[in-house]
Design a protein around this ligand. Sequence first.
Ligand code: DX5
Ligand code: ZN
Length: 220
Amino acid sequence: LKTPLIAPSILSADFARMGEEVEAVVRDGADWLHLDVMDGHFVPNMTFGPGMIAALRKHTDKPFDVHLMIEPADAFIDAFAKAGADHIHVHIEENPHVHRTLQHIRSLGKKAGIAICPGTPPEALSYILDLVDIILVMTVNPGFGGQKFLESQVPKIRTLRQMADATGRDIRIGVDGGIDVHTARQATEAGADMMVAGTSIYGQPDYAKAISALRDAGRT
Ligand code: DX5
Ligand code: ZN
């Protein structure tokens, strides 16, 4: 049986108690912490920057999976690395030189992630996979928590799993958006081995129960 990693997204946590909210999901079984950085430009919402990540770094040693929904991302990679990001995801749609950005992330000794929006075909990643450690398949349009899982993205996960395996490298595939106990299985069955979840963890009264239910639902 294959068990997917679970990365709670703090987007749905209580922003006024973020240190405690991070510690709570770590205690309750989170594998990674997913941190959504939004700039009000690449996506129509704003969240936080490297300052928040540096402050949270003191609350856990779990990997920080930082999802940059910002444009330009390049200018801020060093700041997020310094703040304590372990994985840095940039969007394939964000700039024409994302290849260089991925090289830059790796040169800092961080894991390089590429995030892909619902409207972008999987082939867009063909010529950068040699630089990628994690693919983050958006199963909603980025910007907000609590949206509905887009089933149209399931074949894309499957195609990307084939493309990733064909490289012979160990590439993780995460899904982000609308993941709950009903949708998890579709994502993992198609080849995802990491699941981001905001609402279906932080929107529940019992985080431990929510995390283990998601993990069970995603076992293949
Ligand atoms: C959306 C973010 C997600 C978000 C997911 O732009 O990238 O990480 O927190 O939230 P849920 O799990 O509620 O769809
Ligand atoms: Zn995200």
